[in-house]
Write a protein that binds this ligand. Structure first.
Ligand SMILES: Cc1ncc(COP(=O)(O)O)c(C=O)c1O
Length: 399
C-alpha cells in the first residue's frame, strides 16, 4: 500500500489522536528501521523505550514463531507453560512474591492501585488514597490519568475517580504534609520519563521509602519505563538500595510484544481473591514466550552490564560533544535512558525533526527535552554518529 493511501485511511478513520511523521516503517534489523521508501534510520527511541533487543532479534523471532505454531492464546482459566516460566523467572530471587501479568503499563498501574484499595478494604483501614508526584506519568486509563500529575492528561476527562493527591517531585516535606489518615500508598517513578527524563535524587527516593515504612504506607514504584534493564539494573530501584511493596513493568518486558506486569510482596500481595481482578489476554503464551527471552537474557547473560557500559559511553559522548553548546541546559538519566534538555529558544521537536531527516530517530518529552532510549544492543559507532549529528545541528543553528 502506498504511503499516500495509508495517510488517507488514517486521516478519515482513525480517532484523531496522533501527529504522525510522514514515514511508514516496514521492517527493522538490529537498531535500524527501514521505511516503505527504502530509507534507513538508526533508532534511538526504540518504539518509546520498548524494543530493547532491537529489531528482528533471532532469539526473539524464533521464540515467538515457535510459540505461535504451538499455542497463541489460552484463557487464564487454564495453565500455560510460558506463563509459569515467566512467573518463576520474575519471582525466584524473592524480591516479590506474586505477579499479575497484563498488557500495558496503564493496566499494570491499575492493578497496583486496585491492590492498595483491596488491602485497605480487607484491613478496614480506610487508607485508599494514593499520593503521586506532579509531572509524573502513569498511563491513560481514567485511574492512571488521575494518578498522573499533569492536568493536561486528566482535565478533559472529568469527572475523575477520587482517591489521588499530587505533591511536588523531590520534595519530602510535601510528601509528609500530604499524608493524611486516608493515605495508603505513595506511587513514584525512579526517573520521570515523560516529563523530561528527571531522575529522583538518592535522598528523595530513599527518604520516601523510609517515610513509607515508618508510616505503614505502601510504596509503589512505576518502573514501566525504567524497569526491565533500561538503567543497567533489572529494576531501577536497585540503584537506590530500596525495595518497594509493589512495582510495575511494561515497555521493554516483551521486547516489542505487548506485555506488562504488577509485582507485589508481603501482605498486600495476598489480598486479591478470585474474581477481584483479571484480564483476557494477560499472560498469554505468545506474549510470555517473548518476555521469557528478554528476561532470560537480562538474568543469564551480561546484557545488564552491557547497558551500564554502553549507557556510560552514551552519556560521555553526549557530554563531550554537546555540553558546551549554548542550547544545551542539562544532560541527565541513567543507563540507556538519557535526556538532553534544551534552551526554550531551540525546540526539542525541531532538533528531533532535523535528526530524523538525517536518518536518526530520537524522542521528545517534557521541559523541551530530547529523549534517548535505544535498544540495549546499540553500538559505539551508532552513538558516535548520533552525537556528531546533534553537534552539527547545534553548531549550524543561529538563534
Ligand atoms: C512511567 C510510565 N508509566 C506508565 C506508562 C503507561 O504505559 P502504557 O502506555 O503501556 O499504558 C508509561 C508510558 O509511557 C510510562 O512511561
Amino acid at each position: 500500500m502506498e504511503l499516500e493511501k495509508i495517510k488517507e485511511i488514517e486521516k478519515d478513520h482513525y480517532l484523531k489522536l496522533f501527529k504522525r511523521h510522514n514515514i511508514c516503517f516496514e521492517r527493522g534489523e538490529g537498531c535500524t528501521l527501514y521505511d516503505t521508501a527504502g530509507h534507513a534510520y538508526t533508532d534511538f527511541f526504540g518504539g518509546i523505550a520498548v524494543n530493547c533487543l532491537g529489531y528482528n532479534h533471532p532469539d526473539l523471532v524464533k521464540a515467538i514463531s515457535d510459540q505461535a505454531a504451538k499455542l497463541i492464546h489460552v484463557s487464564n482459566l487454564y495453565y500455560n507453560i510460558p506463563q509459569a516460566e515467566l512467573t518463576e523467572k520474575l519471582t525466584r530471587d524473592g524480591t516479590f512474591s506474586r505477579i499479575f501479568l497484563c498488557n500495558s503499563g496503564a493496566e499494570a498501574n491499575e492493578c497496583a492501585i486496585k491492590l492498595v484499595r483491596k488491602y485497605a478494604c480487607e484491613t478496614g483501614s480506610g487508607k485508599t488514597t494514593v499520593i503521586t508526584a506532579n509531572e509524573s506519568f502513569h498511563g491513560r486509563t481514567l485511574a492512571t490519568v488521575t494518578a498522573t500529575g499533569q492536568a493536561k492528561y486528566s482535565d478533559p476527562f472529568k469527572p475523575l475517580p477520587a482517591g489521588f493527591k499530587h505533591v511536588p517531585y523531590g520534595d519530602l516535606e510535601a510528601l509528609r504534609e500530604a499524608t493524611t489518615p486516608d493515605v495508603g500508598a505513595i506511587m513514584l517513578e525512579c526517573i520521570q520519563g515523560e516529563s523530561g527524563v528527571r531522575p529522583a535524587s538518592y535522598d528523595y527516593l530513599v527518604g520516601a521509602y523510609a517515610f513509607a515504612k515508618q508510616k505503614g504506607l505502601l510504596l509503589i514504584l512505576d518502573e514501566v519505563q525504567t524497569g526491565s534493564g533500561r538503567t543497567g539494573k533489572f529494576y531501577c530501584f536497585e540503584h537506590y538500595g530500596i525495595q518497594p511493596d509493589i512495582v510495575t513493568l511494561a515497555k521493554g518486558l516483551g521486547g516489542g510484544v505487548p506485555i506488562a506486569c504488577c509485582l507485589a510482596r508481603g501482605e498486600v500481595a495476598e489480598t486479591f481473591r478470585p474474581g477481584d481482578h483479571g484480564t483476557t489476554f494477560g499472560g498469554n503464551p505468545l506474549a510470555c514466550a517473548a518476555a521469557n527471552v528478554v528476561v532470560g537474557k537480562l538474568q543469564e547473560t551480561d546484557l545488564l552490564d552491557r547497558v551500564t557500559h554502553i549507557g556510560e559511553y552514551l552519556a560521555d559522548a553526549l557530554a563531550s560533544k554537546l555540553a558546551r553548546h549554548k542550547f544545551v541546559l542539562d544532560i541527565r538519566g541513567k543507563g540507556l535512558l538519557r535526556g538532553v534538555q534544551l534552551d526554550e529558544k531551540l525546540s526539542a521537536a525541531t532538533v528531533a525533526g532535523k535528526l530524523l531527516s538525517l536518518g536518526v530517530i530520537v524522542g521528545t518529552c517534557g521541559h523541551n527535552t530530547l529523549r534517548i532510549a535505544p535498544p540495549y544492543i546499540i553500538t559505539r559507532e551508532e552513538i558516535d554518529d548520533l552525537a556528531d549529528k546533534m553537534e552539527t545541528i547545534f553548531s549550524n543553528t543561529n538563534i
